[in-house]
Each structure stands twice: as C-alpha cells, then as structure tokens.
Design a binder for this molecule. Structure first.
Ligand SMILES: [Zn+2]
Length: 83
C-alpha cells in the first residue's frame, strides 16, 4: 500500500481548503488528487505568497485521479463503455 490515504484524510481535515484538489469517483468511490494540481501551492501570509508543502503532501497521500464531468473516474468510464 504505497499511499497513506488514512493520513491523507486526517491532513485534509486540518486543511479543508485543500479539498478542492481532491476528487472522488461517484461510481467506485476511489479518491485521489486532481492531476492539474500545481507543482507548488502557495499561501498568502500577509507578506506575500509563500510556497507551502501542501502539493507535495497531497502527492504523498493520494494518487492522481482524473474524473469526467459526471464525476466518474477513467477506470469506471472504461468499464461502463464495455457493456
Ligand atoms: Zn471509479
């Protein structure tokens, strides 16, 4: 199990703003991050933009998951097309 998803959800509870980068497939329920997640996320501390470790952490906890407009991941989409 290379991804520590449990810790990932814990992390998201602490930083709910990062949930906008998390995708969940409505079909199989698998969770991952939006592949469009930038290399570095920045945060404004009032003295300008600073890069945070958020993007790296998300990549550590989750695998990339692309979902279509219906919220269905590529794997489920392929399975649906097979029938
Ligand atoms: Zn799926």
């Amino acid at each position: 199990m290379p991804y520590r998803r449990g810790e990932g959800f814990e992390y998201l509870r602490k930083y709910p703003g990062l949930k906008k980068w998390i995708r969940t497939c409505i079909c199989c329920g698998s969770t991952g991050y939006d592949p469009d997640l930038p290399e570095k996320l920045t945060r404004n501390w009032g003295q300008g933009e600073f890069a945070t470790l958020a993007a790296q952490n998300i990549r550590k906890y989750f695998e990339p998951l692309r979902v279509n407009e219906q919220g269905i991941c590529e794997i489920c989409e392929r399975l649906n097309h097979a029938f």
